[in-house]
Design a protein around this ligand. Structure first.
Ligand SMILES: [Fe+2]
Ligand SMILES: [Fe+2]
Length: 324
């Protein structure tokens, strides 16, 4: 006898034979014991891709500037669509990063905002310029406190397998602020050498190379040709091209964008986690740009890399696919 039936029968016996018949329907409803199989979550339907992840940047504002609403939409999206992890592309905490791993901003801007069960996945984060105030390394140390927050170092790499004999995706999570501002104590030249070396050493079964840094090399936001954009472009673009990096993903501009400048690498910007800034019209290498709150949803297999831009209201603003 299954435990559920046992509980039900026991309940009926306890009621006594004279009242058992009229109350049997009630007793049926009154049994509250659940088998573990009754509690198994349904989970989202597979979508045909092996790897799926969300990307979001420029978010931590105590829930303000539609951070909270965007977080809720992310939660709904991740409930209905498969995700393996979430990438945070920097400017995690406004206005000036966090002072420690006990800073209350962890609660006001992260834990109590991205509360959905579906968002209790691994977050892989990098630093933005705003995170450089206060104590940037507190965001590394928080990885030891949180189950979901992962920032093992200021820059790091990650390989994700795409299934048996389907190859891998190589992610390089970089610290672009150290490069843009030439923070000598962070040895930007050492980091650039590491980027070069790690991309060079990528094994033959790496199907997709994705570099994630906070500052975009190209943008149709307010920073089309400001110091930050030109500095990271000068330092990074030759490496992205040399090693045929498929995607450079960033934030910093508070909008959602896809750009395809001359060369091999596609630039995506997902910096619309809270406050917004404008899109500059007429940039010839801009393929899509919207000053709307939202996030990006990447779906990858060995031959396809699909990117959807999802707005705060759940509308798909843009959908594009790269192929091999
Ligand atoms: Fe920002
Ligand atoms: Fe920024």
């Amino acid at each position: 006898m299954k435990r559920r039936d046992f509980v039900r029968n026991t309940a009926l016996t306890a009621l006594g034979t004279s009242v058992a018949a009229p109350l049997s329907a009630l007793a049926e409803n009154a049994v509250t014991h659940f088998e573990s199989e009754d509690l198994a979550p349904a989970g989202p339907e597979p979508n045909g891709f092996t790897l799926n992840f969300l990307a979001l940047g420029d978010w931590g504002r105590n829930g303000e500037c539609l951070q909270l609403e965007t977080a809720r939409q992310m939660g709904d999206w991740a409930k209905n669509n498969p995700i393996n992890f979430i990438l945070s592309v920097g400017d995690n905490f406004y206005p000036k990063g966090v002072v420690s791993e006990q800073d209350p901003l962890w609660h006001y801007s992260f834990e109590n905002v991205y509360t959905a069960h579906s968002l209790q996945a691994d977050w892989f984060a990098i630093l933005g310029n705003h995170d450089y105030y206060s104590d940037p390394d507190a965001q590394i140390r928080y990885s030891k406190i949180s189950r979901r927050w992962n920032m093992p170092a200021r820059y790091y790499s990650k390989e994700v397998a795409l299934g048996k004999d389907k190859g891998k995706v190589l992610f390089l999570m970089i610290d672009s602020q150290a490069i843009v501002q030439n923070h000598e104590d962070q040895h930007p030249e050492k980091q650039l050498a590491w980027i070069d070396e790690t991309l060079k050493k990528a094994s033959a079964d790496v199907k997709w190379k994705i570099v994630v840094g906070h500052h975009p090399t190209h943008t149709a936001g307010p920073r089309v040709s400001n110091y930050d954009t030109l500095a990271i472009r000068k330092a990074l673009k030759p490496l992205l091209e040399k090693h045929k990096v498929d995607v450079y993903l960033s934030g910093h501009e508070h909008s959602v964008q896809h750009l395809k400048p001359e060369g091999f690498t596609h630039q995506f910007i997902s910096g619309a986690g809270s406050e917004l800034t404008y899109i500059t019209p007429g940039i010839e290498y801009s393929k899509f740009g919207a000053s709307e709150n939202g996030f990006m949803y990447f779906s990858v297999d060995d031959k396809r890399l699909n990117v959807k831009v999802v707005s705060v209201s759940g509308k798909i603003l843009y959908n594009t696919q790269l192929s091999k």
